[in-house]
Design a protein around this ligand. Sequence first.
Ligand SMILES: Cc1cc2nc3c(=O)[nH]c(=O)nc-3n(C[C@H](O)[C@H](O)[C@H](O)COP(=O)(O)O)c2cc1C
Length: 209
Amino acid sequence: MTIRKLAVVTAGLGVPSSSRLLADRLAAATGAALREREVRAEIDVEVEVIELREHGHELVDAVLTGFVTPALRKALDAVAGADGLITVTPIFSASYNGLFKLFLDALEEGALDGKPTLIAATGGTGRHSLALEHAVRPLMAYLHAVAVPTAVFAAPEDWAGGATGVPALDRRIARAAGELADLVAQSPAAAAPDPFADPVPFEQLLRGD
Ligand SMILES: Cc1cc2nc3c(=O)[nH]c(=O)nc-3n(C[C@H](O)[C@H](O)[C@H](O)COP(=O)(O)O)c2cc1C
């Protein structure tokens, strides 16, 4: 049995949240694409959705004090230990929102190194769809994540029916999910972060460094 872990990070503030809706659609499409690619082996796709809205206060405390609560630790570890990552941010002022950036700032250095990642966003206008390319993609490049070529942006008109509505969004979701599944299927399974892997030497602890 092959287990593939997907972490899904969504930074929407609304209740209900269009970013969460897009995140769920992307996760379902990626899970289906992964199962298609592993026809000969049994595969279990584990999906962990991280609603950053629920960690907002903890994130501010973490960046101010360095103290990470158990719930936030679980979310950070889910991302670090995932085989693939899906991120969805609402676009605020033509960029990712502050909550999204706070979470990425709270990740340990190297947590996204080589991580297959699908970047997505929701916005109030289709005119800001390129924020994914000029803001989110460079940020992911800095963090050494491997972002798939197709980024998915959903504006209000994309959720509606019609010639340029839902079918076009469905196609983009399927294409991006297929690209992420290809990358995840090619990669060895990610190891869960081990908090005891790099212990501080005892002599150093005694010295109080
Ligand atoms: C403070 C603020 C700034 C925003 N700025 C933009 C913007 O620059 N471009 C845009 O397309 N949408 C903008 N929006 C709209 C949100 O991106 C949009 O409503 C998003 O889908 C909300 O996601 P959610 O439902 O997951 O919270 C802004 C919304 C807020 C609250």
